[in-house]
Unconditional design. Structure first.
Length: 552
């Protein structure tokens, strides 16, 4: 079905990791605040069918959508900037494209033809993009092409984009190229040659970018800006500077200040709309100029790479902003506590402890030691997914169930307090077979969770294979633990609290995936507010109703 959608392709030059996802989300935001309906999608040129089987250390966090997609972390950035929920179909991969083409070939859809990258694969790519446009009907659909121009893998996508422009017309399809302008330390000069080369590469395959977003450490100087315009064959007003900023949430305003909104409306032939930045600016100010500080120890395994926990990081920032507080995060590799639990003492320097999600046994005993130390010393604590499961393990060991463990870690444990969910028993393949996506949870009244959420039924996103073994629930509750959130049918434990502690909570779900600037995730807000109130010497945390309004 033909739609009135305009398409903005965002490609990346020079190298990966320069913030193409943030640029895409920022452009989408400045269009959204102009009153346009926008949506965004990401194309990943790798052969995996989805991001679910990839190591977060090398690829970054696996983001989870409401509909259970295990997808690229850039989709999380889009959701946070745009405050919309995207479906899994907004992230496609070469694995999905080829699977679909090969299935069609086997079915006989191409009988008699030699099936080729052009046109069969490129047609498939275009139809995936157009399907989103006809389903969502946005005024502008941003399509971020993963990888770097010049990669073999991304060629079919760039070719499909080139064809789409030819078919839809140059007013309906624009190309934004995000590149890096490095500064040479020795001479302190901003160098444009990598940008020139990457645009040459793009032009070689038939794409002339309409605008260039130049990422740099400091402000882009006018000399290099002119040079980029000249050598890359764009007007100077089409070169946008994107220097590092104190917070990523400032980027949309920064690009708009340079005229990005008018530029795009002009090129797309869309009406000029005025833009009201006041709400977004308030949120950004709250994130960037807080008056207080709390320090959180993030006790995990992939401590070396912040991208592995990007949503956790952002959720902490959003929660901090709601408390007028900057959250200083220190990454702690829990193997440090493994052989020497007394190292846990360093946790006393923090206002809160967060044990995030994870898989496999390395570092696990260290996480359990951290949870024990935090519980015993009354440090506000939040366990997420694996962190929730290990908080149960720790609590059970403390109540005398020696050797209690998750079966994932020790299949022969005498007390399998975390066990496989019944539907997982027959599952053998690893791709997309966990309990995934949004599920409803019923919150018990008069609990910390009910105070934080202010609602009886909530919906949160999941990604796990194991869960609390019902055989142990009675013993846990008798010993002072509380399950304040359960699945609607009452069988799955979703939120754990230890009410006699200052703040001690675990959630089987990942609240971070639904946290947004201005709308923090309640458990994260609980951790930060409790950390702050304890630091201020209050006898108990004072949770304000602010959070209830924000999330309702
Ligand atoms: N490894 C645990 C499970 O599969 C927890 C997963 C997670 O933290 N995302 O249940």
């Amino acid at each position: 079905m033909p739609t009135d959608t305009r398409y903005l392709f965002v490609t990346g030059g020079v190298m990966s990791g320069i913030g193409k996802g943030i640029t895409t989300a920022s452009i989408a935001k400045l269009l959204q605040l102009r009153g346009f309906k926008v949506s965004a999608m990401k194309i990943d040129p790798y052969l995996n069918v989805d991001a679910g089987t990839m190591n977060p250390v090398t690829h970054g966090e696996v983001f989870v959508t409401d509909d259970g997609g295990e997808i690229d972390m850039d989709l999380g950035t889009y959701e946070r900037f745009l405050d919309i929920n995207l479906s899994r179909s907004h992230n496609t991969t070469t694995g999905q494209i080829y699977t679909s083409v090969i299935n069609k070939e086997r079915r006989g859809d191409f009988l008699g033809q030699c099936v080729q990258i052009i046109p069969h694969v490129t047609d498939e790519i275009k139809s995936v993009i157009r399907n989103i446009a006809s389903k969502v009907e946005p005024d502008v659909l941003l399509v971020e092409v993963g990888g770097t121009v010049g990669d073999i893998e991304s060629l079919p996508y760039l070719e499909a984009a080139r064809q789409l422009r030819l078919e839809e017309g140059h007013r309906r399809v624009l190309f934004a190229h995000v590149t890096l302008v490095p500064t040479l330390d020795v001479v302190g000069e901003q160098k444009t040659k990598p940008t020139q080369h990457s645009v040459q590469e793009l032009r070689r395959i038939g794409i002339q970018p309409d605008l260039i977003v130049a990422r740099s450490k400091g402000p882009l100087l006018s000399g290099p800006k002119k040079k980029i315009a000249l050598f890359c064959n764009v007007e100077e007003q089409a070169v946008f500077a994107s220097p590092d900023l104190p917070t990523i949430y400032q980027t949309p305003m920064d690009l708009d200040d340079q005229g990005m909104g008018e530029f795009l409306a002009d090129r797309f032939g869309l009406d000029h709309h005025s833009v009201d930045w006041s709400g977004w600016k308030r949120t950004v100010d709250r994130i960037s100029n807080p008056s207080q500080v709390v320090r959180i120890a993030l006790c995990g395994k992939y401590a070396e790479l912040a991208d592995s926990y990007v949503s956790v990081n952002e959720a902490l920032k959003h929660a901090g902003a709601a408390c007028d507080t900057r959250v200083e995060i220190e990454w702690i590799e829990t193997e440090l506590f493994e052989n020497e639990p007394s190292n846990c003492k360093i946790l006393s320097r923090f206002d809160g402890v967060l044990v995030p999600g994870g898989f496999g046994s390395r570092g696990t005993e260290g996480k359990i030691a951290a949870l024990a130390y935090a519980r015993e010393n009354n440090i506000p604590t939040l366990g997420i997914c694996f962190g929730f499961q290990l908080a149960i393990v720790e609590f059970c060991r403390h109540l005398g169930l020696n050797g209690a463990n998750s079966v994932e870690i020790n299949p022969n444990t005498p007390h399998p307090v975390i066990n496989l969910m019944p539907e997982q028993l027959a599952v053998e393949s690893k791709g997309a077979t966990m309990r995934l996506g949004a599920h409803e949870i019923r919150i018990s009244p008069n609990t910390i969770a009910s105070l934080l959420y202010g609602r009886e039924v909530i919906s949160e996103r999941h990604r796990h294979r194991w869960e609390v073994n019902p055989d142990y629930i009675e013993r846990i509750v008798k010993a002072g633990g509380r399950f304040s959130g359960r699945s609607i049918d009452g069988t799955r434990m979703e939120i754990f609290e230890v009410p006699d502690r200052y703040f001690y909570m675990g959630t089987q779900f990942h609240g971070e995936f639904k946290s947004r600037p201005g709308k923090p995730s309640p458990p994260y807000y609980g951790l930060i507010k409790a950390g702050l109130d304890r630091k201020l010497g209050k006898t108990a945390p004072e949770f304000t109703p602010l959070i209830q309004k924000a999330v309702a």
